[in-house]
Design a binder for this molecule. Structure first.
Ligand code: ME8
Length: 659
């Protein structure tokens, strides 16, 4: 029988900065869903990629002094770039699209022309408000307190010749789609869209720009580039081969089953995207799911606020699977959730170390200890089951269905909650059956003990299968430990209690999820975040040069001389000051105080020839008089201030004038 297809996408990410845990959240959710569908036997297409055009990228590239293409190449393909992060997070995407890929560029030009030819795109003049960071146009009525309704930043007036898309023409059909179908999920997002955008009246959308060049050129009107959202949204179709020859899966996979997107881009996906598809006469995606945000201290994570969380640090410290699991287990998928390191560690300790880890290690240890790793034949059944036997078996046997029901409504957090209810039940079963007590009289109890342990292995196996989409690598290890062959890891076998052969060899392996010392881990995370922040700082920074001119005569009034250090000591009660006794060539010692104790030991400076300005008025510091100033070179290295005294050749006599 031909497999049913399932096509799912993440948003394509802006490669304007390194991605953070918020981006990882959406991609891990999509990955878990894709893996679940593959497990359940679907022919899955999972697409992700990068959205590389637009003014924001152009500006960032200019700031970095590189071309926009070189700029995005580094963030997409470079170390700790987008592709690298998805590899780290074990993301199983089948395809990756970059909107700078030639085939996509050519297809978008064809799409734009198609909408122009059918009269849905026309030329007009754009007057309105533009949010540069969001690359979004807004009408006056959409602004919130005069600022961008998405990001809250100020908008600017913009006016230019531009192409428009007849979004208004599709208002009724979009309203119908939102209100009368399950296209947009969760349902609460429908009300937001209708109230905020449809009810006030949909206006035509400006879909070309002339004020910058980093975009897909409108090929029939040079000077215009296609609005980045038109370019970006069509990625979902071009990556399957729509209007291009690069791929030929469009007829097979389109329409997409799910677009997973963050809540702030639901507007683009549930209004503009279906309207444009209606315009080009293509079927609409079946569902758009608008998930919530991971918040940090109650606010959105963003690079500009400097409050982003680095997935590399967390994955290295706790393991990729633990991180994936935490993201999906903790936050209801449609709502916002507050991220914290404490919550992450707590979840790992409670669910993974305590509940799942203990179940696996206790069960495998007991099979090893009491039966040398292999249970005897006929352990599968027991003639007179106790109520807790039937309770466990019926709960585990029903698990796949309850799990599936939750996954089908995009509630991975609930699906995981169902699995963990069973894991907790299985741990309780260990207490109820007390295998260690049975083991005291093996002659009498060996068959019963073997049955109890078989039940525990089966419960573990079935929970393990349903956890594959969330923690694929750890479940491989788990299956090895409980001796589950590939046939005992399938979706079908998750509903078939008793699949594990009775004489399977169980291996007590490494602890799958070691317990984490909260205080120690928090401290280490803080240090790692600090180090990462430092590493991101520029290697060398020097103060910008002054542009204000000083006239030559004024400059010449400063008297710079070579001076030799006769003595140098720390000033009492001062951490900063050194007191220098200097030979300045006049025959009288000169005293200068200098705030450089952080960088030099006094004894190292004796005998050196330095440069001082000697005609400054005297200054008192810590009760001592300073006559002049020593000249140093200063710069910043990785955010740390560095200072080097200017030392000159010792053959230069004391008092020599520098000019
Ligand atoms: O929006 N919590 O790209 P993007 C949860 N290029 N999700 C978050 C998040 C957080 N703290 N921060 C970001 C774009 N995201 C467009 C998409 S699709 C045709 C074009 C999510 O890199 C965000 O909600 O700014 C969005 O869904 C995704 O990351 C990409 O954001």
């Amino acid at each position: 029988m031909e497999k049913k297809k399932f096509y799912i996408t993440t948003p394509i990410y802006y490669p304007s900065d390194k991605l953070h845990i918020g981006h990882t959240y959406c991609t891990v959710a999509t990955d878990a869903m894709a893996r679940y569908k593959r497990l359940a036997g679907y022919d899955v297409m999972f697409l992700t990629g990068t959205d590389e055009h637009g003014q924001k990228i152009e500006q960032k590239a200019n700031e970095a002094g590189v071309s926009p293409q070189a700029f995005v190449d580094r963030i997409v393909e470079g170390p700790q770039g987008v592709k690298d992060l998805w590899k780290l997070m074990n993301i199983s995407n089948d395809r990756f699209i970059r909107t700078t890929d030639d085939y996509h560029v050519a297809a978008v030009q064809r799409i734009f022309k198609k909408m122009y030819d059918n009269g849905d795109i026309y030329k007009g003049a754009y007057k309105g408000k533009y949010c540069t960071p969001c690359e979004s146009f807004w009408t006056e009525s959409q602004l919130v307190d005069g600022c961008c309704p998405d990001c809250g930043r100020p908008v600017v007036d913009a006016e230019e010749e531009a192409y428009f898309f007849r979004l208004s023409k599709y208002a009724d059909r979009i309203r119908d789609l939102l209100e009368n179908t399950d296209f947009l999920q969760p349902r609460s997002r429908v009300n937001e869209m209708v109230k905020n955008f449809i009810d006030p009246g949909l206006e035509d959308l400006c879909v070309s720009r002339t004020s910058f060049t980093w975009g897909i050129p409108v090929d029939f009107d040079p000077g215009h580039v296609v609005y980045v959202w038109v370019d970006a949204l069509f990625n979902y179709a071009t990556a399957m081969g729509y209007l291009n020859d690069k791929y030929d899966d469009y007829d097979h996979y389109w329409p997409a089953d799910y677009h997973f997107v963050g809540k702030e881009i639901v507007r683009f996906h549930s209004i503009i995207w279906p309207a444009m598809l209606m315009s080009v006469g293509e079927p609409l995606p079946k569902h758009v799911f608008g998930h919530g945000w991971l918040l940090l201290d109650g606010g959105k994570m963003s690079k500009s606020k400097g409050n982003v969380v680095d997935p590399y640090i967390l994955a290295e410290k706790f393991g990729v699977d633990a991180l994936r699991f935490f993201l999906m287990r903790t936050f209801p998928f449609g709502s916002d959730g507050n991220f914290s390191n404490e919550l992450l560690i707590q979840t790992i300790n409670t669910d993974l170390a305590n509940d799942l880890g203990n179940l696996v290690s206790r069960t495998t240890a007991m099979v090893g200890k009491y039966f040398g790793g292999t249970l005897p034949e006929s352990c599968r059944t027991w003639a007179a089951p106790e109520s807790f036997d039937t309770d466990l078996i019926s709960m585990v046997s029903a698990l796949r269905d309850t799990y599936e029901a939750q996954m089908e409504v995009c509630a991975p957090h609930n699906a995981l909650a169902e699995v963990f209810k069973v894991i907790q039940r299985a741990n309780k079963y260990i207490d109820e059956t007390a295998p260690w007590a049975l083991a005291k009289d093996m002659e009498a109890n060996s068959a019963r003990l073997a049955h109890v342990l078989y039940n525990l292995l089966e419960a573990t196996r079935i929970c393990g299968i349903l956890l594959i989409p969330f923690m694929p690598e750890s479940m491989e290890k788990l299956f090895r430990q409980i001796g589950a062959s590939p046939e005992a890891q399938t979706w079908d076998s998750a509903k078939a209690w008793g699949t594990l052969p009775e004489t399977t060899a169980v291996i007590k392996g490494e602890n799958l999820f070691p317990r984490i010392d909260m205080d120690k881990a928090l401290e280490e995370l803080e240090a790692a975040a600090e180090a990462a922040k430092k590493a991101a700082l520029p290697a060398i920074e020097v103060e910008p040069q002054l542009t204000e001119k000083v006239d030559f005569d004024t400059f010449c009034k400063s008297d710079f001389r070579a001076v030799k250090v006769k003595a140098c000591e720390n000033v009492k009660k001062s951490e900063k000051l050194l007191r220098f006794t200097l030979d300045d060539g006049t025959g009288t010692d000169r005293q200068i105080l200098s705030g450089i104790a952080k960088w030099y030991k006094p004894e190292d400076l004796v005998g050196k020839t330095l440069v001082a300005i000697v005609n400054l008025p005297p200054r008192k510091m810590m009760g001592l008089e300073s006559n002049g100033m020593l000249i140093s070179a200063v710069h910043t290295e990785k955010g740390e201030e560095k200072l080097n005294l200017i030392m000159v050749d010792d053959s230069i006599p004391a008092g020599a004038k520098l000019c």
